[in-house]
Design a protein. Structure first.
Length: 372
């Protein structure tokens, strides 16, 4: 990796994302000790309050990298076996033959065959994520609903399996990571949130990162605008939300600086052992919620950037908020970016999401930030 980037070009390319229709966007890029931070657009469209690069933000499934790291720490300590059946630890949640066949590894890399529970928890999202067949009403209906992980897991376990345990491609499912949270609680005797906070967040020195246990985002933050494929027009703010519907699968609040710090330390072997990091980086094909095939390890995405090698990290979204964080294999180049609008693509008559200028603008910034 080279040790240079063009701050002016990064800022211009970031602003292009805002001009393409994103209310607010902010990012941090690191390369060989250099740090660039930038922001463009608005945290609040009604007041004109600008976004700033230090804002705290809901980062969705990036949480999974933190949860996986907490589990792998216990693997390092001999408390959990990656290839031990989950039924050995949690027979009441995954009973019988499935509990004996599904291993901890299969849960972390989404090859368990356990279905996503969200369609059943959000009853009016019966076709989720095929949003063309539903309405966004359940977002409002469940804004302050308190869900309990065992109940959500039961919905996923009872749903038709997405495949045989261990088969590929795997299918991305939050059910897997709620089971990981219950495994953490079973082994440590404390809540998953406290375990991840103590062993991962605090260990990494992340001062602006927390697992959401309240509906509010504390500290400087933007509103989180949800469009739901144009069905919410204009987009509405869902930054105030009870995140128990995803818990330690996707409830993290963080900053772009903290995300870069976390993935830098993780890939340097400062959070889990080199042996566990090697396991984390064993990837296979997984079908995402959007129907795309991604290379997924144990809580990590593998992204190959033509001409610039392999990057590791994760992306995530919640209602109205999203983020991407990627770090080069050598740890020198990093990018974390946060946006405050989600599902901006409208649907055609066949229910297929249509391209949007935001897509191209985001791709241009990401390519530039990763060394292109």
């Amino acid at each position: 990796m080279t040790g240079t980037f063009d701050p002016e070009k990064l800022q211009t390319t970031l602003e292009n994302i805002h001009h393409a229709g994103m209310p607010g966007v902010f990012a941090e890029v690191r390369d060989n000790g250099q740090i660039w931070r930038g922001a463009a657009g608005f945290a609040d469209l009604a007041t004109g309050r600008p976004v700033t690069v230090d804002m705290r933000h809901r980062v969705g499934s990036i949480t999974k990298s933190f949860t996986a790291a907490a589990v792998l720490q216990l693997v390092d300590e001999g408390e959990i076996g990656l290839d031990t059946p989950i039924g050995h630890y949690l027979p009441q949640l995954v009973p019988g033959e499935r509990g004996a066949a599904i291993t901890v590894r299969m849960l972390i890399n989404h090859t368990s065959g356990l279905a996503e529970y969200l369609p059943y928890a959000y009853s009016s999202l019966a076709a989720f994520p095929v949003v063309a067949k539903t309405t966004p009403a359940s977002l409002d209906d469940n804004r302050f609903t308190k869900f309990h992980a065992p109940d959500l897991i039961a919905m996923g376990v009872a749903a038709p399996a997405t495949g045989a345990p261990g088969s590929t491609p795997g299918v991305y499912s939050n059910t897997n990571y709620l089971l990981m949270s219950q495994l953490l609680e079973s082994i440590t005797g404390t809540t998953a949130e406290k375990c991840i906070t103590r062993n991962v967040i605090e260990r990494a020195g992340l001062r602006d990162t927390e697992l959401a246990t309240e509906t509010q985002i504390h500290g400087p933050h933007s509103l989180h605008y949800e469009s739901w494929m144009g069905m919410i027009d204009p987009p509405r703010d869902f930054s105030v939300y009870d995140m128990s519907f995803v818990g330690p699968a996707a409830s993290l609040i963080s900053t772009v600086a903290d995300l870069n710090r976390f993935f830098g330390l993780l890939l340097a072997g400062e959070i889990i052992s080199p042996a566990s990091l090697q396991q984390m980086q064993r990837t296979g094909p997984v079908i995402s919620f959007e129907g795309k095939t991604i290379e997924y390890g144990l809580g990590l995405h593998k992204v190959t950037v033509p001409g610039h090698g392999i990057y590791w990290g994760h992306e995530g979204s919640v209602w109205g908020g999203g983020a991407i964080s990627l770090t080069s294999a050598d740890g020198k180049r990093q990018m974390s970016i946060a946006v405050n609008l989600q599902r901006w693509n409208r649907l055609d008559s066949a229910g297929k999401p249509q391209p949007h200028p935001i897509d191209a603008a985001l791709q241009s910034f990401t390519g530039l930030a990763l060394g292109g």
